[in-house]
Design a protein around this ligand. Structure first.
Ligand code: ZN
Length: 115
């Protein structure tokens, strides 16, 4: 059976658990190394207007981290591990594709965006 076609952009809301490392000013943490595998990561600044927000990517274990610098100079650094692609695909498969199989007309389903 083929998965249902999505004719318009759809929004699926999924509660996720974020793992956030809080690095205090006195704690030494090598930002360039992956918290998971310890290998060197690539640091990116996607928005040139927001230098306090970085994206770190690990080519070895393929994890991505959002790095937020402290709101005040010398404040805590927050390192949030972004959900892995496999985890996102699994949730969508479980909650969207599988949940759409027996939909009856008029039954509230996943929210469709009007964009
Ligand atoms: Zn890694």
């Amino acid at each position: 059976m083929n998965p249902p076609r999505v004719d318009v952009p759809a929004v699926l809301r999924i509660p996720i658990e974020l793992q956030i490392r809080i690095v205090g000013p006195g704690v030494s943490e090598n930002l360039g190394n992956c918290p998971d595998c310890g290998q060197r990561m690539s640091l990116h600044q996607p928005d040139e207007n927001i230098p306090s927000r970085l994206l770190a990517t690990c080519e070895v274990c393929e994890r991505w981290y959002l790095i937020l610098e402290g709101e005040h100079p010398g404040g805590e650094l927050l390192i949030a591990e972004l959900p892995a692609e496999a985890a996102i695909r699994k949730e969508v498969a479980l909650r969207w594709f599988r949940g759409r199989g027996g939909d009856e007309p008029g039954k509230p389903g996943p929210h469709h965006s009007t964009v």
